[in-house]
Design a protein around this ligand. Structure first.
Ligand SMILES: [Zn+2]
Length: 584
């Protein structure tokens, strides 16, 4: 059953939380604009010490969902950022990886044309052509927002970063804008060295670069960033997809059809329904959308839907695309893309490289096929003056075309072709067929995921900030604090730190007031704090404090590992010991 519900379109913009989260990120070493001391460069960000740990945990979680739990179906590779021109000729990026730009005739400022008109007219102009955007600018009398000067013509700008491979007159090359081409060019090697059977997914996590025209949405649109993606190669005729365990996963979908009707309603489907009702072009699309749903939920982001792109909104290589849109801090942000690339890339690389990238599918048992061939009566034709012309006609034609000529009784000069040419049919045994595997591609941005996780986890409580990260993503599992800088207390705290470090990621901090240390730990999302106080010396107990509730309980030191294990398994803090009075 489909259930319909409306997403409130006029969401209150609480982008304030984005600004606050960015401030927190700078203050606590999560991320900040790169080259700050030189004024920064738009679209480039440093990931700080705390951010790097959280980022690595996001990547680890992604690997679990997209590689680890696929029973060996997906393998991971690493391929270079620097890419020769031929690759992007075959992939279509040289021609198609463009955005429309417009320049002010007076102050020479450059704008991304569709974004500029969008900002002024408050309507989406995604997928408008340069000509269409030109008309929109003229009709609405749009001027340069910066100096009110006239705007020039809208042109296309290619987003590939160009470079030279080798010195002086080296080969023309580019930084990759996606990791995908590395998997396509390595496909044959992986296929042959691995299992030599389909399906097989090739995953890659790596840096990419896009020369964005005017990046301005923080870590959402960057000029250099990391991608985690899978190119999943499969036989399009084989629809047996393992949906066990995921078929009842529910997803909300904004269908292209709904958008065409000018509506934004979401339909709810199970993964099984996406397949059965043919909402997806192939069952594997639904499989990866289920994985993506589980991954994004594990990031702590529970509000999201899949938006099907209209044909004109899709990338040049895609036959069907769903963007996974997360709703974080009241804003809709694309967190992943799911493209059905078909055989676009493998056939393109076969054509340009001259290498056969198709695979051979052996049938279970050989098939008998009827094969027609053209037979020429050589003896009869050799005596004809028209022989050369007749041979020319038929050697350029397919069997079917020759058959058609015979049916229509085509003549060359006055000679009917049928007098010297005939078609015979033979049975032949065929053991298999060659074809290009089709590709389904789920793709995530790493820094964008980090950004959304941070914004989504941002909380305020009594003028203080808490980063309420999912426990698996916290930079540290637990912090250990000696209440006072007294020898005995410090020694005990250090013992606890060393002991817990064997099992957990532990932060040790003895500087400043305990309240400040709690606040710092809360701001980077540490779920639990252990405090060693004077009572610890007397009765070998410590307090455990919960990041989100600030509640504290007192537990025996020798059951600390056990208590923490229980907390990470979701057991309530209050069940572990006596409530302790707060020492904040
Ligand atoms: Zn201007």
């Amino acid at each position: 059953m489909k259930e319909l519900y409306k997403l409130s379109v006029g969401l209150t913009l609480v982008s304030d939380v984005y600004n606050k989260a960015v401030e927190l990120a700078k203050r606590r070493g999560i991320f900040w604009p790169s080259y700050e001391i030189y004024g920064g460069i738009a679209g480039l960000y440093d990931i700080g010490p705390v951010g790097t740990i959280i980022k690595n945990k996001i990547v680890k979680l992604w690997r679990k969902h997209f590689i680890g739990s696929t029973a060996g179906m997906v393998v991971e590779v690493e391929t270079p950022m620097i890419t020769p021109e031929k690759v992007f000729e075959a992939s279509g990026h040289l021609k198609n990886f463009t955005d429309p730009v417009v320049q002010c005739n007076k102050c020479h400022k450059v704008y991304r044309a569709d974004h500029l008109v969008e900002e002024i007219l408050h309507k989406s102009f995604e997928s408008f052509t340069a000509d269409q955007l030109n008309s929109v600018i003229k009709e609405n009398g749009i001027k340069c927002p910066s100096c009110s000067g006239d705007l020039g013509d809208v042109r296309y700008f290619n987003l590939l970063f160009e470079t030279t491979i080798g010195p002086y007159t080296g080969e023309r090359g580019f930084l990759r804008p996606e990791t995908a081409q590395g998997m396509f060019t390595a496909f044959k090697r992986v296929y042959e060295s691995y299992r030599q059977r389909l399906p097989v997914g090739i995953a890659q996590i790596g840096r990419v670069a896009r020369n964005e025209i005017s990046p301005r949405q923080g870590l959402v649109r960057m000029r250099e960033f990391s991608i985690m993606e899978v190119e999943f190669f499969m036989d399009p005729k084989d629809e047996s997809v393992p949906l066990e365990g995921i078929e009842n996963v529910k997803v909300n979908v904004l269908k292209a059809q709904t958008k065409e009707q000018g509506r934004q309603d979401l339909d709810s489907f199970t993964i099984r329904e996406l397949v059965d009702e043919k909402i997806v072009i192939h069952p594997w699309m639904a499989y990866w959308m289920a994985r993506a749903s589980q991954f994004v939920s594990d990031l702590g982001i529970n509000e999201f839907y899949f938006e099907e792109k209209l044909p004109q909104e899709r990338a040049h290589y895609s036959k069907q695309t769903f963007d996974q849109i997360a709703i974080v801090g009241g804003e809709k942000v694309e967190i992943s893309g799911h493209a059905y690339r078909g055989d676009y890339d493998l056939s393109g690389h076969s054509r340009v490289s001259g290498q056969d990238l198709s695979v051979f599918k052996k049938y279970d048992k050989p098939m008998v096929v009827k094969k027609k061939s053209v037979i020429v009566n050589r003896q009869k034709i050799s005596s004809l003056p028209e022989a050369k012309d007749i041979m020319k006609r038929i050697s350029n034609a397919t069997v079917e075309e020759v058959e058609e000529m015979l049916k229509k009784n085509v003549t060359v000069g006055s000679v009917p072709i049928s007098s010297v040419v005939s078609i015979i049919e033979r049975e032949e045994k065929v053991s298999g067929e060659k074809f290009f595997p089709h590709v389904v591609e789920p793709s995530f941005g790493v820094e964008r995921s980090l950004y959304l996780v941070v914004v989504n986890s941002y909380r305020e409580r009594k003028d203080r900030v808490i980063l309420s990260l999912p426990k698996d993503l916290a930079p540290y599992d637990v912090a250990v604090f000696p209440l006072l800088e007294k020898g005995e207390i410090v020694n005990k705290a250090k013992d606890i730190y060393l002991n817990l470090s064997k099992r957990f990621d532990v932060l040790y901090d003895e500087g400043g007031s305990i309240g400040k240390r709690y606040a710092r730990a809360d701001e980077i999302g540490v779920p639990f704090d252990i405090t060693v106080d004077p009572q610890s010396i007397d009765d070998s107990t410590v307090t455990i404090r919960d990041r989100d509730s600030w509640d504290q309980v007192r537990v025996k030191m020798d059951s600390l590992v056990d208590s923490l294990e229980k907390l990470f398994n979701g057991i309530e803090l209050s069940t572990l010991g006596e409530k302790a009075s707060s020492n904040e």
